[in-house]
Design a protein around this ligand. Sequence first.
Ligand SMILES: Nc1ncnc2c1ncn2[C@@H]1O[C@H](COP(=O)(O)OP(=O)(O)O)[C@@H](O)[C@H]1O
Ligand SMILES: CC(=O)OP(=O)(O)O
Ligand SMILES: [Mg+2]
Length: 401
Amino acid sequence: MSAILVVNSGSSSFKYQLIEVESEEVLASGLVERIGEESGAARHTTPEGSWTTETPIPDHTAGFRAMLDAFEEHGPSLSAHPLSAVGHRVVHGGKRFHEATVVTDLVKINIEDLSELAPLHNPANLSGISAAQEAFPGVPQVAVFDTAFHQTLPPAAYTYAVDTALAEKQRVRRYGFHGTSFEYVAGATAEFLGAPVSSLKLIVLHLGNGASACAIDGGRSVETSMGMTPLEGLVMGTRSGDIDAGVLFHLHRKTGATFAELDELLNRRSGLLGLSGTGDMRDVVSAASSGDEAASAALDVYLHRIRSYVGAYYAQLGHVDAIVFTAGVGENNALVRAGALAGLSEVGITVDQSLNEAAGSGARVISAESSRVKVLVVPTNEELEIARQSFAAVSIEQQQI
Ligand SMILES: Nc1ncnc2c1ncn2[C@@H]1O[C@H](COP(=O)(O)OP(=O)(O)O)[C@@H](O)[C@H]1O
Ligand SMILES: CC(=O)OP(=O)(O)O
Ligand SMILES: [Mg+2]
């Protein structure tokens, strides 16, 4: 039985899943953490159990070896499940990549070329591809881009109001991210509602560590909150989201901060972390509920920003069938969901308190009967979407040979 290995490489970690193609069963999953640090760790989980190995992991190639060792030691056997492909999450595909793409040397050069637009993500994604090529020679590697789903954005949504020639030359435009998640969630929402995705107008709120909103019309992304880089838009764990570019000029003039320092400030030391001292929403919510004023204010800013985007996307779509919460915060935090949509009954959006607070793990409705717009929680599954798209990409390629 063939399988797809899905790899999601971060700057200092990677997550993986082995997914059986036909049944879509997860045969194994894992997380290799603290790559490049003095102490590393690899956790491997199968239906039989979970194992953690503590060992230094100098780079992604060593991380891959740790993953392979885990498969060898704890199973399942990779020879019993020959790989149809290794599917990689690649964050930035620029304008060039419209769909999941089988990796060639030229594709790798293109991904490398886009690294300057996603310095936190693309270099790590490339290391993952190289490590997988070394570990699985002969197995097709497929790149699945966060940006691909947003290729349908109309020019009015992706254009920044700056000098056109300069923007064209320097690739300054909005690209959007989390597309693999949005595509999966749009499909799962349609399935849940029993309606074709082509008939639905949705606002999807992907609230994870990184966070973004997307307006989806008939299955196509028409507006999204992340821009040229994954920094624009909603307030995130450590990223500021929207900010007046003038703030950067001001800080540079007043403090002499360099561009590298300002980049670090906005990407790694802002958002919930900058406002409250922690970037983890669980900690922010519990601090706020025990009276911490900074945490409470951080939550207010976070929710205010989401509400602004919901209003804007409602206006862009003209009609909304459902607002969908997904990813770590969106799937798990009732207080954030209620707060984000509070006070919107007049425009047809009412969250039902008991449905919202009821425990649940699958797709579910949390809006009141009377709410014209349905409000849903639909868990995302980027890994499964990557597996599906990777399998489709290698199947198409085989048909062409
Ligand atoms: N019960 C919860 N309440 C609030 N936030 C939560 C909860 N469970 C998980 N999260 C948040 O979800 C985030 C991680 O979401 P995830 O979608 O896994 O993000 P990423 O893929 O960007 O790492 C963390 O910031 C974590 O605080
Ligand atoms: C694009 C992006 O922000 O990804 P993540 O949420 O995984 O950081
Ligand atoms: Mg994520």
